[in-house]
Design a protein around this ligand. Structure first.
Ligand SMILES: Cc1cc2nc3c(=O)[nH]c(=O)nc-3n(C[C@H](O)[C@H](O)[C@H](O)COP(=O)(O)OP(=O)(O)OC[C@H]3O[C@@H](n4cnc5c(N)ncnc54)[C@H](O)[C@@H]3O)c2cc1C
Length: 395
């Protein structure tokens, strides 16, 4: 009988396991793959706040950038100034956090794919498949840190995030990519964005997120003027995954809590979830330890976890969803117009003052106070709510 079983050895799972193990609880992590951090589906860009709050992650930094270059569909660009971001070696991050959990006494069991969970009065039974064999484990409490693709959360009545966006990325060799570039437009990332992120030497990660079929758009991105002519070769197979958009309706039920992507702890603007998942992991550990101390793993106490992480991230997630709703129906001509507008000094100053890698609410509100930008937002909202009247243009 384990005190805690964490399912999933990604960042959120390992950090939760570390917290419980550090407090002396008998903790196991069950990870389906044979290696931690593989396969890599993520670009690994995070803000400075994460490195400050979780200094163990500093050793995983590949590069630091201080601005982003954003391209309109017609190829014009503006700078997002003064936004410090760090590009991490994502596999090293997962390994580092798993090692932190091990150092505190957590046992990591690789090749353990969990297939079913059953919540009983005094414990949870977890069935896993290990090299074709079924293994059965029991714990007083279980943490689901299975990322965005598992169906265990749905199976166990935790529910799922309300929506998912699709993401795909690949490693390439590219010339002349000094900073992170973001590409907008219906031809390469409808309703969202694509990117090229320099990693080591001439290597970069390029990919996109969209509500549509991301893999089809990746081909179009390769062929776009943004990459064509600069991209020397493709270094890896494309990896597609999905990203939650919005929190799960419930992230704690009897003896069971969800963290990270499995809980929807992901920025609803950009789809970045490493930092928010670690914040969720801290909240899970704090409330889980309280439950353990009181011998009470029932929803009333565990639900405080849902309130705690919602208090820290809930407004951000809501503001991001609002922002997405506004920009859902944006057209290329609007993006071209906005790009020109964002080059102007007043908006560059506003970006300088309010842009923050991890928290986007302030910037969204500050932009909504600029009269012509507010007018654009209103037009876009009208387009969303009165789709029949689609003929008006922003410019
Ligand atoms: C294309 C793309 C680019 C991204 N870029 C960024 C970025 O730049 N910055 C950022 O912050 N975020 C980014 N993200 C999001 C980020 O990858 C996730 O938010 C983050 O990995 C979530 O961490 P996690 O620990 O919750 O889940 P994961 O990292 O997905 O880990 C879940 C773990 O659970 C294991 N697992 C799943 N099911 C089972 C099972 N049944 N039994 C046992 N083990 C299981 C998996 O093997 C995996 O190891 C990106 C996502 C995508 C798709």
């Amino acid at each position: 009988m384990w005190d805690v079983i964490v399912i999933g050895g990604g960042p959120a799972g390992s950090w939760t396991a570390r917290g419980f193990a550090k407090a002396g609880l008998k903790t196991a992590v069950l990870e389906e793959h044979s290696e931690i951090g593989i396969p890599i589906h993520c670009t690994g860009v995070v803000g400075g706040a994460m490195l400050e709050q979780f200094p163990q992650t500093k050793s995983c930094v590949w590069r630091e950038v201080n601005q982003f270059k954003i391209f309109s569909p017609e190829g014009e660009s503006f700078l997002l100034p003064n936004v410090k971001a760090f590009i991490l070696n994502r596999q090293k991050l997962d390994l580092t956090l798993a090692h932190e959990a091990q150092k505190e006494g957590a046992l990591i069991l690789l090749n353990h794919k969990v297939s079913t969970l059953s919540q009983e009065a005094s414990h949870v039974t977890v069935e896993a498949v290990t090299s074709g064999e079924k293994t059965v484990h029991q714990a007083k409490m279980v943490v689901l840190a299975t990322g965005s693709t598992s169906n265990l959360a749905r199976q166990s009545h935790l529910g799922e995030p309300p929506q998912f966006i699709r993401g795909v990325q690949v490693e390439i060799e590219i010339e002349n990519l000094p900073t992170i570039e973001l590409y907008l437009g219906s031809r390469i990332a409808p309703g969202s964005f694509a990117w090229a992120v320099p990693t080591c030497g001439k290597s970069a990660k390029t990919g996109l997120i969209t509500l549509e079929n991301a893999s089809i758009y990746l081909e179009k991105l390769f062929d776009s003027p943004f990459l064509k002519g600069r991209m020397n070769r493709i270094l890896s197979k494309p990896r597609a995954s999905r990203i939650p958009l919005g929190p799960s309706p419930s992230t704690a039920v009897n003896r069971l809590i969800a963290v990270g992507d499995a809980a929807g702890q992901v920025k609803t603007t950009t789809g970045g979830g490493i930092y928010y998942g670690l914040i969720g992991a801290e909240a899970a550990t704090a409330i889980g330890l309280e439950s353990y101390k009181n011998g009470d793993f029932y929803p009333a106490l565990l639900k405080q976890y849902h309130s705690l992480w919602q208090k820290q991230l809930g407004f951000e997630l809501k503001a991001g969803l609002y922002f997405r709703k506004i920009f859902d129906k944006i057209q290329d001509s609007d993006l071209n117009y906005l790009t020109q507008r964002f080059k102007k000094k007043d908006l560059q100053d506003l970006l300088h003052q309010h842009a923050n890698f991890d928290r986007h609410r302030d910037l969204i509100f500050a932009l909504s106070k600029v009269p012509d930008i507010r007018a654009v937002m209103v037009q876009l909202l009208r387009r969303n709510f009165f789709p029949g009247r689609n003929s008006f243009s922003l410019c």
